[in-house]
Design a protein around this ligand. Structure first.
Ligand code: UD1
Length: 352
């Protein structure tokens, strides 16, 4: 069986690693790893391949950055001939980035089967590009691997036939479980003992000067009680420079490798973020997470986990932070099937 894996952007790499590794052990499986090149900076891409033990991509489409239409179209244009030439039996796509939807569209038109890993998540907010990517990918995919029950419910409501849906658990947590021991061995020299770990990159939070300025002011306030450690996405750093904003008092870092970031997450007093995956990782780690968004496509991190939505409201952030600092942060449990074996379950379904 010929299986293609499509990855492109940072959060894909933690998701493909466990599936690739689990399939390596199966007979008769030929895997091809295709990197679209959506993320290309060394510390947004290469370093993840090394730490997660992912082989070098067989093909790099090197599309780079662009508007959504340009980037998606470029991936489609470069990916289509490869599919026609190599005729995979199934193409696995991951998460909700532009690479995911682009590859899915190509395969759907060529009659090639698509398996979507991390299917069924919905924020119900179509202003998010990822929500559009999720909706289109799930409508077109032939096999849908969901991380939690809400995924199954969303898909069925949208008319996806139940035989296509397989609840396998959370592949991103597989990578976390595997590399947490290495993260816990990391030296934390140079970091404060107690800190708030911050990430921020969603267009809704960083693309408007006034919004980004307001959020940075809230973070400066946090920094009075708890040192802020802030590995910044290149987009965010660029916007801070474009708007001439002051971040002098915050410990602003370049994006970190996976293990280094996991080390920081696992020891953080609190994590403040607008990422999707980090809401899940903090839930697994039992670390309080304050999410700078009005909604989440990962509601299980709220119902079972440590996640609280604070949006862009400084008062809400202040109130939740004071709960954390007084030792009254929200407690959580680990959702079912977030156990380090989701990749193996996918491999068994594909090539049992
Ligand atoms: C993408 C995903 C988002 C995910 C995020 C994680 C989509 C729609 N969004 O957003 O879901 O949470 O990745 O990082 O696919 N850039 C660099 N170097 C890089 C990559 C990007 O400098 O290696 C800069 C460029 O200025 C680029 C901008 O970041 O224009 C945005 O990159 P892009 O891939 O378009 O989206 P992300 O914001 O990274």
């Amino acid at each position: 069986m010929k299986i293609f894996h499509i990855v492109g952007a940072r959060p894909n790499f933690m998701k493909v690693a466990p599936v690739l590794n689990a399939l390596r052990a199966r007979q008769g499986v030929i895997q091809t790893l295709i990197h679209t090149g959506q993320h290309y900076d060394r510390n947004m891409s290469d370093v993840f391949f090394q730490q997660l033990d992912i082989p070098d991509p067989d093909v790099n489409l090197a599309v780079g950055s662009g508007t959504h239409a340009r980037q998606t179209a470029e991936i489609m244009t470069r990916f289509e001939p490869l599919v026609i030439e190599r005729k995979p039996d199934i193409v696995l796509v991951y998460g909700d980035v532009n690479s995911t939807v682009a590859a899915t569209l190509v395969c759907a038109k060529l009659g090639i089967r698509v398996g979507h890993v991390e299917a069924g998540l919905r924020s119900f907010d179509r202003t998010m590009p990822e929500e559009i990517n999720r909706l289109v990918t799930d409508q077109l995919a032939d096999v849908l691997y969901t991380p939690s029950e809400d995924g199954d419910i969303n898909l069925k409501r949208e008319g996806v036939s139940p035989e296509k849906i397989f609840r396998v658990g959370n592949v991103m947590i597989d990578s976390l479980v595997k590399l947490l021991p290495a993260a816990q061995r990391q030296s934390m020299n140079g970091y404060p003992d107690r800190y708030a770990l911050v990430t921020l990159h969603r267009p809704a939070n960083v693309d408007e000067g006034a919004t980004l300025k307001g959020l940075l002011q809230s973070l400066l306030e946090v920094n009075r009680d708890l040192s802020v450690v802030f590995p910044a996405h290149p987009r965010t750093r660029q916007r801070i420079a474009d708007f001439g904003l002051n971040t002098e008092k915050l410990l602003l870092l370049d994006p970190l490798p996976y293990v280094d970031f996991l080390a920081l997450q696992s020891r953080a007093t609190v994590v403040i973020t607008d990422s999707g995956g980090i809401q899940e990782e903090t839930t697994y780690l039992g670390v309080p997470c304050l999410t700078l968004r009005e909604n989440t496509e990962r509601p299980v991190t709220i119902s079972l986990g440590t996640n609280v939505l604070v949006g862009q409201d400084p008062d809400k952030l202040r109130a939740e932070l004071s709960l954390v600092l007084s030792g009254n942060a929200k407690k959580g449990t680990i959702p079912p099937l977030w156990d380090g074996h989701a990749g193996e379950r996918i491999a068994a379904l594909l090539a049992g």
